[in-house]
Ligand binder design. Structure first.
Ligand code: PGA
Length: 264
């Protein structure tokens, strides 16, 4: 899986131009390699992007959604609206949202719940800062970023308990069967610094242990993000249980995307 996070790098018109310009190349690449490619855009470009890639293998994702359901929340965009627009994925918990816009783990858990309710797959970003890494707090931080999500997943499993006749809720949520995590060390985002393959392997091994304990039976896809370019993609190509990459800067240039996809 390759997630292209365009952030707010392009204006509305530039985004639309980029998609028309790269549509055929992206379609050929996904066909040739069988890679799932997801383009994550700002809200303004989503509806047009869905039209451009309608009935193709390329999927469209948002970069954020409201942590509230419909209501008096000026300036927000609800998960249900994203679904109605034809969006299939949504990045949540990106470090830029946590750091620049003060998003908390509770906000992210609320978004996670609303996205699942609306049948949009959340791509949950987690990762430690440089300081947390130096203080050997990586696992503590990642676990605090995941714990509330586990509560949502546990409640979802209970709401979908097979003998639903005894439940007061009428199975309101689709059963969560898969979780997509993007491990993005904050110190690697936009810095050209990347961890080595051993470091990423250790994080993935820890995550697999955490998920086996916290949510057995749920499939996980773990992606890596943070200064991915063709060289680093190659470096990580042998890492066990790594399901793909989340690209920031590299996502803006088709030739770079192609090299990254082909390095896997
Ligand atoms: P980068 O961004 O590839 O430009 O480091 C990754 C991200 O922010 O998700």
């Amino acid at each position: 899986m390759i997630v292209l996070n365009h952030k707010m790098a392009k204006s509305y018109q530039e985004s639309i131009f980029w998609m028309h310009e790269n549509k055929l190349n992206l379609l050929n690449l996904s066909k040739k390699t069988g890679q799932e490619i997801i383009i994550c855009l700002s809200f303004d470009a989503l509806a047009e992007a869905v039209k451009i890639f309608e009935e193709t293998t390329i999927k469209i994702g948002a970069q954020n959604c409201s942590s509230y359901n419909l209501g008096a929340y000026t300036g927000e965009v609800a998960a249900i609206s994203l679904k109605e627009m034809g969006v299939d994925y949504c990045i949540i918990g990106h470090s830029e949202r946590r750091n620049l816009f003060g998003e908390t783990n509770q906000d992210i858990a609320n978004k996670f719940k609303l996205l699942n309710q609306n049948n949009i797959a959340p791509i949950v970003c987690i990762g430690e800062t440089q300081e947390e890494k130096e203080n050997r707090m990586t696992f503590e931080v990642i676990s605090s970023q995941l714990d509330l999500l586990m509560e949502v997943i546990a409640q979802n499993a209970l709401d979908n308990f097979v003998d639903g006749d005894l439940l007061s809720v009428a199975r309101p949520n689709k059963k969560i069967t898969e979780l997509i995590i993007a491990y993005e060390p904050v110190w690697a985002i936009g810095t050209n610094q990347t961890p080595d393959a051993v470091y990423v392997s250790k994080i993935i091994a820890w995550l697999n242990t955490y998920f086996n304990v916290a949510m057995p039976g749920i499939k996980t896809k773990i992606l890596y993000g943070g200064s991915i370019d063709p060289e680093t993609a190659k470096k990580f190509s042998k890492v066990n249980d790594l399901s793909g990459f989340l690209l920031g800067r590299a996502s803006l240039d088709f030739q770079t995307i192609e090299k990254i996809v082909l390095s896997k």
